[in-house]
Design a protein around this ligand. Structure first.
Ligand code: MOS
Length: 702
């Protein structure tokens, strides 16, 4: 693998050099403790009881027999649980009562929490929870998602619902070539390896929650608001996290654990089962997307329309903003996009890795491939001709735009130039072979964070920041960043993360975690280094500097800020079984300065693996009659396993962010974007048939 990184900002070269995870040994030896593994005296265990109906009311709960069962301490439910502020402010500023459990008798979806049984052991809690009789008033429900819904409405989420420029109909009419197609993606679940788990306890007047989450200060703030506590009296810790992908924010189990710990005045732990995660931790909404493209014969776009429909619950409005990707990638004389929503009796969806971009890029990049075919133009050449000069909707300049460099490097390494564009021609025994490509992009932002850097008397340095390492290698990346800012070797730097007492910081989300934290760490460490060069002797308590990047990030000029990438896939399609196998993938990314090539490569490969999973496997199927899932577990919901994943190569081009102190853009999500489209485009190239509905299952191929 050739790795190009910028050397211009490096002070001692730790950033840009491969480094194994600083906590790797602890993780593989079991010394690293995850949220459900930390022991406490007097620990009690809570087990959630969830609804077996999809819509209605709780009529009664027969708690008396359960309270007689061995070890049972209490049963919390809507009649005895403490009242909370259910309008607490969600992450994006809109009140989100999804996690406000046991506040009313309404059941808004299958698997809604109706009680928490607390006992001395998890086994006792589980047995009692399963014995609890709950009676319901069942009401008719509606979980039918389709593009035909008359009750769909334009919905904002965190971006405008609708953007419109130019006259779509007349530009389509004037176009030499038109693509008009509907694409669908299914309901998808995060499925982190470590289930959600929290332990809550009162410790000398402070509430402490040991949790598995993507941001301790986020969960701290939400809990403080919800329980009307001073934020300073709430501490959330989350040292190691076994995956999150967007699902690990404030959820029912932390709230239930706090309620029980308060009622019992004992530490209480609540761990979700894999099945409960399917209804309680969010998911990606299914989407139905219509794309209309109109182009001149040379492929230049005159018209672009991207309309996406997703679903949300009756509890909270969450939008999967799939049309957003069209607002960045391609311009046209008439450019229309819309994110629409329908409210159903289902759990509330949430962000899932590359929210919007992942399903949106499947539709848009597959449609581009259809346009390339119709125009008789190479798919990479089509994208080259349509590279926008400015943000197509914002009109803002790009901070940097290195998509074409990714395609050039990728085409060379993948062997794209020799490709015969005609479909259905290549055979290897019973396999039809094909190759496909697609573009990727993801927003490159930063959010204010605080960090604390201390020069210790023993010559080492401690950096404290409420960052989260959800498996990405963030702790290691921050160690390298701090080492460079301090002009020392990484072995002298100890980075401590995952503790809300370290002060406000960005969450591990939006591909903005490492960048936002690195900015704050650099600011604190650089100031500390300056103080130390004055020759100060270090007192026993060390010398400490605190940073806050709010002002610096607030002053950033308005620009379109994105990572880009080019995805390539080769597939084989079994003509007798319809099975699709990905034979190889290559992703080349322009995603800012790469801090740690070792873990960065893993992140890109992980995203691309998710793309395989999205293209071919993942699909949560909801039963219309019951309103619940078929197979809500990792047997019924297949995530790409080793046998599904071929050789994947990921690499990058030089692309330092011009406005970031370290040059970082963020790499968390761009790896999945476009990956499913590249595979679907390769399936077309192999077979001559367009597959517009994910996953591309054997029964759909045949
Ligand atoms: Mo990620 S979906 O921004 O946690």
């Amino acid at each position: 693998m050739t790795t190009t990184t910028t050397g211009t900002r490096a002070v001692n070269g730790s950033v840009g050099t491969a480094h194994t995870r600083v906590e790797g040994r602890d993780k593989v030896t079991g010394a690293a403790r995850y949220a459900a593994e930390i022991p406490f005296d007097e620990l009690a265990h809570g087990w959630l009881v969830v609804s077996t109906i999809t819509r209605g009311r709780i009529r009664s709960l027969e708690t008396a027999p359960v309270l007689e069962m061995p070890g049972v301490l209490t049963v919390l439910h809507h009649q005895n649980a403490s009242r909370v502020d259910a309008d607490y402010i969600g992450m994006l500023g809109t009140p989100d009562p999804t996690a406000a459990v046991f506040q009313h008798d309404r059941v808004p979806h299958m698997g809604w929490p109706v009680a928490l049984v607390v006992a001395e052991t998890p086994e006792q809690a589980r047995e009692a929870a399963e014995a609890l009789v709950v009676r319901y008033e069942d009401e008719p429900h509606d979980v039918a998602f389709s593009g035909e819904r008359p009750d769909a409405y334009a919905a904002e989420g965190h971006m405008p619902a609708v953007t419109e420029k130019g006259d779509l109909d007349s530009e389509l009419a004037a176009s030499a070539v038109v693509v008009d197609a509907e694409y669908t993606t299914p309901e998808e679940h995060h499925s982190p390896m470590e289930p959600h788990a929290a332990t809550a306890r009162w410790d000398g007047g402070r509430l402490e929650v040991l949790d598995s989450n993507q941001g301790t200060t986020w969960v701290q703030g939400e809990l403080a608001k919800m329980f009307s506590l001073d934020p300073g009296s709430v501490r959330v810790r989350s040292e190691h996290v076994g995956g999150g992908f967007g699902s690990k924010g404030l959820r029912a189990h932390q709230v239930a654990a706090v309620m029980a710990a308060t009622a019992l005045q004992r530490p209480v732990r609540v761990v979700l089962t894999r099945r409960q995660m399917f209804s309680l931790t969010g998911y990606r909404s299914p989407t139905t997307q219509r794309i209309r493209l109109g182009a001149d014969a040379d492929g230049r776009l005159r018209a672009l329309e991207h309309r996406s429909l997703s679903l949300t619950s009756t509890v909270h409005e969450f939008v999967e903003p799939s049309a957003g990707v069209a607002r960045v990638m391609y311009d046209a004389d008439a450019h229309h996009t819309a994110n629409r929503l329908v409210r159903l009796d289902v759990p509330t969806p949430t962000w899932m890795r590359a929210p919007g971009e992942a399903p949106g890029s499947f539709a848009l990049e597959a449609a581009l491939d259809e346009l390339a075919e119709k125009c008789g133009i190479d798919p990479i050449e089509l994208r080259t001709r349509n590279k926008p000069e400015r943000g197509p909707v914002s009109g803002l300049p790009f901070s940097s735009h290195n998509l074409l460099a990714c395609f050039q490097e990728g085409a060379r390494r993948f062997g794209w130039t020799d490709r015969d564009p005609r479909p259905g021609l290549r055979r290897d025994g019973r396999w039809l072979l094909g190759t496909g490509t697609a573009a990727a992009s993801f927003g490159a932002g930063a959010m204010p964070s605080t960090a604390v850097a201390t020069a210790e008397a023993d010559g080492t340095f401690t950096v404290r920041i409420a960052a989260a390492d959800i498996g990405t290698g963030a702790r290691t990346a921050l160690t390298l960043v701090a080492a460079d800012a301090l002009e020392v070797t990484p072995d002298r730097v100890h980075v401590r993360i995952g503790d809300s007492d370290f002060g406000p910081a960005m969450i591990a989300g939006g591909s903005m975690g490492t960048r936002s934290w690195a900015w704050a760490v650099t600011a604190a460490a650089a100031e500390l280094r300056e103080r130390l060069t004055l020759g100060t002797s270090i007192p026993p308590e060390g010398i400490t500097v605190r940073s806050d990047t709010s002002a610096a990030i607030g002053a950033l000029a308005q620009k379109e800020r994105h990572s880009f990438g080019a995805q390539f896939a080769e597939v084989a399609v079994d003509v007798t079984t319809g099975e699709v196998r990905v034979r190889r993938m290559l992703g080349i990314f322009a995603a800012g300065r790469i801090v740690n090539p070792l873990t960065a490569r893993s992140q890109f490969v992980g995203g691309m693996t998710w793309g395989i999973s999205m293209a071919l496997h993942e699909e949560a199927v909801r039963d219309q009659a019951s309103g619940g899932h078929y197979g809500a577990d990792l047997a019924g919901y297949h995530v790409a396993a080793h046998a599904d994943v071929p050789q994947i190569e990921a690499d990058w081009v030089d692309d330092p962010d011009p406005d970031d102190p370290v040059g970082i853009k963020g790499i968390g999500e761009v790896g999945i974007v476009g990956a499913a489209a590249a595979i679907a485009n390769a399936v077309w190239h192999a077979t001559g048939v367009r597959h517009r509905h994910l996953p591309i299952r054997p029964d759909r191929v045949l």
